[in-house]
Write a protein that binds this ligand. Structure first.
Ligand SMILES: [Mg+2]
Length: 169
């Protein structure tokens, strides 16, 4: 695959609840590895917005979903996963390949049939690109389920990734 290790395959500029599931289905995606903090809820919250729950419910009609978080708290990620009825991995150490490969093997799909959806370039996107997943960068979500106005971290990551210009090839 030509391009850039830090470049998402798809950057719609939307938060998760606005992400069109049909686009993923049209690409032949059969499962999603989903980030937690910043992607399905803001870092300090533990109650999911209705829009997020509805999106996950719709997506689950067509796709397997596994939560994969670098957050070391089994309790926090477990509480979130329980609200959605999803399997989960905590303390995942993205962008390391091992935790991603473990989920890929459990799903029993080709990496190209799995999307990783997250809000961080240096964990979600880099990790996903390293193992050949379809990588989707979403806008971070705030506590009301809206696009976070404080997007400093992702903006900084974009600047850094342009500076680094690391080639995949
Ligand atoms: Mg995140």
């Amino acid at each position: 695959m030509a391009g850039h290790w830090l470049k998402p395959d798809w950057e719609p500029g939307l938060t998760l609840p606005s992400l069109p599931i049909s686009t993923l289905l049209d690409l032949g995606i059969q499962a999603i590895i989903l980030d937690v903090d910043g992607t399905i809820l803001s870092g300090k919250e533990n109650t999911l917005q209705t829009a997020v729950k509805d999106w996950v419910k719709s997506a689950q009609k067509h796709l397997s979903i596994h939560l994969l978080s670098n957050n070391p708290s089994k309790n926090r990620i477990g509480v979130v996963a329980d609200q959605l009825g999803l399997t989960f991995t905590y303390g995942a150490a993205k962008p390391r390949r091992a935790p991603l490969n473990k989920v890929i093997n459990q799903l029993n799909l080709r990496p190209s049939e799995i999307a990783i959806v997250g809000d961080r370039i240096f964990t979600d996107i880099l990790g996903g690109n390293r193992v050949g997943l379809y990588t989707v960068l979403v806008r971070p979500i705030d506590k009301n389920g809206l696009p976070s106005k404080k997007n400093h971290f992702q903006n900084l990551e974009k600047k850094l990734s342009r500076l680094l210009g690391v080639s995949k090839g």
